[in-house]
Design a protein around this ligand. Structure first.
Ligand SMILES: [Zn+2]
Length: 306
């Protein structure tokens, strides 16, 4: 089995980490400049149970990156507590999933991430130590604030230039149609970084960083949007062979269906929703089983607590 230095400087066996960002449907309405829709805890009522069921079947423990303001729903708090009790990790995906969080003044960033961490720790019954930025967006201010507000790692880097370019194109095309996306282009250099865990420099807070894995010469990310297609998923699994650290990212929407969950058809613009839910779940399970084979599994928090 391969061994690799983690960002924390610990030698670990080849490791699979699995995470899910619990973005509410309002995030996607914001990205695509769609009108507001129903405000319901669908993510916690439907997506989280399907995700945790998948984790049980594949026998992996995962990291759930939650938006703290969603704790307004009792179902969200109950899901966080249940996930933590089952051995999963609850981490922070910020207070309100502002795509421009990284661009705010340091005081406003601190108010957001510090209160999110406290609320999510209370809900989970465990101290939250991890963070993933809305839209993968980082800045020096954000990283420094994370380090001084008790976070012990970041996992926002998506080392996939094609993803960054595709996102910029979508934002531009929405603008050309006279609307404005809530998403932002972000700091491009983060999407061109290396794929192994690393530690930010002292001027950027010094936290360990666990990038989301991308494979192949054009760096296609191992995310729900790609892993829901069996042919592409198989190629990505092969591309990850021999990687000492694999960090897979899902989103809650990957576990929802237009028909099954009564989602407005306008959101079918999201790529994962174009694949039938049952086919997606089968493809995810097949990919995770293959990625877990021969690898240890841990939450991201485990990597910094070793
Ligand atoms: Zn998100």
């Amino acid at each position: 089995m391969d061994a690799a230095p983690t960002a924390a400087g610990v030698v670990a066996p080849s490791t699979l980490c699995v995470g899910i960002d619990l973005d509410d449907l309002r995030c996607y309405r914001g990205i695509h400049a769609l009108p507001p829709g129903p405000d319901t805890p669908l993510v916690f009522d439907a997506a989280v149970p399907r995700f945790l069921d998948l984790c049980d079947r594949v026998r992996v423990r995962a990291t759930l990156f939650a938006i703290a303001e969603d704790l307004k729903w009792p179902a969200a708090g109950a899901a966080m507590r249940a996930a933590a009790t089952a051995g999963h990790e609850v981490a922070s995906h910020s207070l309100a999933h502002r795509y421009d969080l990284s661009l705010l003044p340091p005081g406003a960033i601190e108010a957001d991430v510090a209160s999110a961490r406290t609320a999510l720790s209370d809900a989970a019954g465990r101290e939250v130590v991890g963070f993933r930025g809305p839209g993968y967006n980082l800045s020096g201010d954000l990283l420094r604030v994370l380090a001084r507000t008790g976070h012990r790692y970041d996992s926002s880097v998506l080392a996939s230039p094609p993803y960054w370019m595709a996102r910029a194109a979508i934002i531009a095309s929405i603008r050309l149609r006279g609307r404005r996306s809530a998403s932002i282009v972000g700091r491009g250099r983060d999407f061109f970084r290396g794929r192994a865990p690393f530690r930010w420099g002292p001027g950027d807070g010094g936290l360990p960083e666990f990038p989301i894995t991308a494979c192949g010469p054009i760096r296609i990310p191992l995310i729900g949007t790609t892993l829901c297609r069996p042919g592409l998923a198989a190629r990505l699994v092969r591309g990850a062979a021999g990687r000492p650290f694999v960090n897979v990212e899902f989103h809650a929407i990957d576990f929802l269906g237009i028909a099954e969950d009564g989602i407005e058809p306008a959101l079918a613009v999201e790529p994962a929703l174009k694949v039938p839910l049952a086919d997606r779940l089968a493809s995810f399970e097949s990919a995770l089983r293959a990625l877990a084979s021969g690898r240890a599994n841990s939450t991201l928090a485990d990597l910094v607590r070793r």
